[in-house]
Design a protein around this ligand. Sequence first.
Ligand code: ADP
Ligand code: 5GP
Length: 226
Amino acid sequence: MIRKNHKGIFIVISGPSGAGKGTVCKELIKTSENLWLSVSMTTREPRDGETNGVEYFFVSKEEFQKQIDEGNLLEYAIIHSNHYYGTPKALISEYLNVGIDVILEIDINGALQIKENNKEALFIFILPPSMEELKNRLIKRGTETKEKIIERFKRGYQEINEITKYNYVVVNDELDKAVDKVKAIITAERCRVDRIEEVFLNNSEEVIHEKLISNKTFNNTDITID
Ligand code: ADP
Ligand code: 5GP
């Protein structure tokens, strides 16, 4: 009776630096099936413990420019300290076409570029419980200098102003709860009426009509939902 759209959901997650986007996404991937986290390309230096091809593809500015020129990026933006960040096109539509949901963890500028060409994408904004906690998390992470933390913190304020461009907001206070909320949003999204490809009413109309005129009772098998 109902044929669902078997394409994966294109999910964009943004939020101020230090809100916990990376932590939430890692946990989501660990505890969900059918979900792929895209690996972005960046010109920023790898942090201690980051591996090329895992957190990011770390490339030079020249290499990044080459990727732009060859049209290999779905979107890109120049963010903290003039570093380039971008989403490689490769693999995204392959995953979506076989029904795997794809997550991009990108900034607001990139999110708006995606929105322009993907009206059906899902936009989730991750907020810290407070700006004080955001500052504490950036300091505790210990991956940036004091100047860079201030730069990221200021940018955080600007990014929060853009929150209305997103469909959902999740406050990352307790990690498990935040992850559960994102999972619930994805589940709800799968049930949206506008993600249904086709509804077949003919057969069920005939069954209902036939049962009504013959005054018979309905069985579970009379109307099916795929
Ligand atoms: P982002 O990807 O948004 O820049 P991270 O995922 O790197 O943020 O998280 C920033 C810091 O905050 C990390 O040290 C991380 O361990 C910590 N963190 C993330 N989520 C929480 C949370 N719910 N409670 C406390 N600390 C958290
Ligand atoms: P970080 O340097 O902390 O890893 O990331 C800094 C910012 O870059 C974050 O806001 C993150 O969401 C954003 N970012 C990461 N990858 C991409 C990308 O591919 N495109 C865009 N536009 N932003 C990205």
